[in-house]
Design a binder for this molecule. Structure first.
Ligand code: ADP
Length: 461
């Protein structure tokens, strides 16, 4: 006798109002298995049709996503709260990079010819088979595209589970892409962490994941059972180091923008700021002045720069960190009071004089909180402070002396560092988390190669 699990639902909640947008049916364990089987059956033909046809279809998929940018942006704002203009820029920004990514994948797939003493060897890049794509809610279109495009372009099929906070964004994205793809090459399922865990444990060959460090570790444990391949893009506690000779206005702009953007819910948000003693007062003034301009409110309102946090739990986490810091003597320079009324809003908050052992200094905050600490101006101290977390995603250094900035950047253990600018790198650079910020990496020719198996075929000379 076979038993089937009863379908469960979960609420899709608008974080600006707390109201339920829809009840979403979660995939049952049987449906996870079926989704994997369907995608696996579709994969050989997809691999067989060759890169150019796959690229052409994915280019068309990208055009459909871009054509639907207004609809997708509205969904993003409703489901996770970010201001509508930011949501439009997300769709436009990631959607328009698809042709560039496809060109990089073309280069990643070029076979290599090697000569040995008595043989010729051709190294070809084969797809791994079936990729599980599990993505977060902070960039509901951008993050999935970072995994889906290289995974599919290299000839894999994908089962895609968007975050339970943005199910309709994920569903619509998959529908739009599927208008240009053969059936079942991209299968989308709904659900929370239990469905994600079932997908990782299913017959998949690789997991492409963007999300929190703890979930990344759980996925790695589960994937180790059958040594499934992994790309894990995890969180960070990114430092920004400001030397007194820096352009303080530019450094403060970078600090505020990248601590508050997306209401601080970005894996590479600026989360710890270290300012050289003699510049502290001026820097504090600049930061507070600039942070005041970051009005919070519904993402549908004009002039709002920060929407709500994504959920009540996320806001509770931010409140707990700020309140603990206040109890332990931190000085509050701005914000720090939870607004009354519906929605998970939290104001731009600036804190200084923090106890370095508290959660706010050590754990990812993922909220609109700017923390300022002082240091002596010594380069080694800057490096030590910047490295004093288990993370290693991004880092930023501002100094009037570019060589000093670059020396400090070399000492910081992070995948991406910006000197006298935010850390965004030129197109084609990999996005890589050092230490506990990731495993494997996304982007660039080498990043795409991780979705393939390099297979060496030799023949005698
Ligand atoms: P966040 O705390 O930012 O929501 P998570 O890492 O919990 O980040 O979630 C990111 C994605 O991982 C979501 O799609 C979520 O449903 C999924 N997820 C959560 N727990 C697990 C798990 N144990 N295994 C696989 N996926 C999971």
């Amino acid at each position: 006798m076979t038993t089937t699990s009863a379908p469960a639902t979960f609420p899709d909640i608008d974080p600006a109002t707390g109201e339920t947008i829809a009840d979403i049916r979660s995939a049952t364990p049987e449906e996870v298995t079926q989704a994997v089987a369907r995608a696996r059956a579709a994969q050989p033909d997809w691999a067989e049709c060759g890169f150019e046809e796959r690229a052409e279809r994915l280019r068309r998929a990208g055009e459909r996503v871009l054509a639907a940018r207004n609809e997708l942006a509205e969904l993003i704002t409703r489901e996770m709260g970010k201001p509508l203009g930011d949501a439009e820029r997300e769709v436009q920004g990631w959607g328009s990079t698809i042709p560039t990514i496809l060109d990089e994948v073309r280069r990643a797939l070029v076979p290599e010819e090697l000569e040995g003493k008595d043989c010729w060897t051709r190294v070809v890049r084969e797809p791994l088979g079936l990729v599980a794509a599990i993505t977060p809610w902070n960039f509901p279109v951008g993050m999935p595209l970072e995994i889906l495009i290289p995974a599919l372009a290299t000839g894999n099929a994908v089962v895609f589970k968007p975050s339970e906070h943005v199910p309709l964004c994920g569903e619509r994205l998959a529908e739009l892409m599927n208008e240009a793809l053969p059936p079942d090459v991209l299968v989308q399922i709904h659900g929370a962490g239990d469905v994600g865990a079932a997908l990782v444990a299913a017959e998949v060959d690789m997991v492409g994941f963007v999300g929190s460090r703890d979930t990344g570790k759980a996925i790695m444990r589960s994937a180790s059972e059958r040594l499934k391949r992994l790309v894990l893009e995890l969180g960070g506690k990114d430092p920004l180091v400001v030397f007194a000779d820096a352009d303080l206005d530019a450094a403060a702009d970078c600090a505020v923008t990248h601590a508050l953007r997306n209401t601080g819910q970005v894996c590479c948000s600026v989360e710890r700021i270290f300012v050289e003693d003699s510049a502290v007062e001026r820097f504090e003034e600049l930061v507070v002045e600039k942070a005041r301009d970051w009005k919070h409110g519904s993402g549908l309102e004009q002039g709002v720069r920060m929407g709500p946090l994504v959920s009540a739990e996320q806001r509770e986490k931010v409140i707990a960190q700020v309140e603990e810091a206040k109890r332990h003597g931190a000085r509050l320079l701005l914000g720090g009071e939870t607004p009354e009324g519906p929605g998970w809003f939290y104001p731009a908050t600036v804190l200084t004089e923090l106890d370095p052992e508290l959660a706010i200094s050590r754990q990812e905050t993922f909220g609109p909180v700017i923390t300022l600490e002082r240091f002596s101006g010594d380069e080694d101290e800057a490096v030590r402070l910047a490295n004093d977390t288990p993370y290693g995603l991004g880092a930023n250094v501002f100094s009037g002396d570019l060589e000093r900035g670059q020396r400090v950047a070399s000492g910081i253990r992070a995948g991406t560092v910006g000197v006298n600018r935010y850390l965004n790198a030129a197109p084609g650079a990999p996005w890589c988390g050092a230490r506990e910020s990731g495993f494997g990496y996304i982007g660039g020719v080498d990043g795409h190669k991780q979705f393939t198996l390099p297979k060496s075929i030799s023949r005698p000379k």
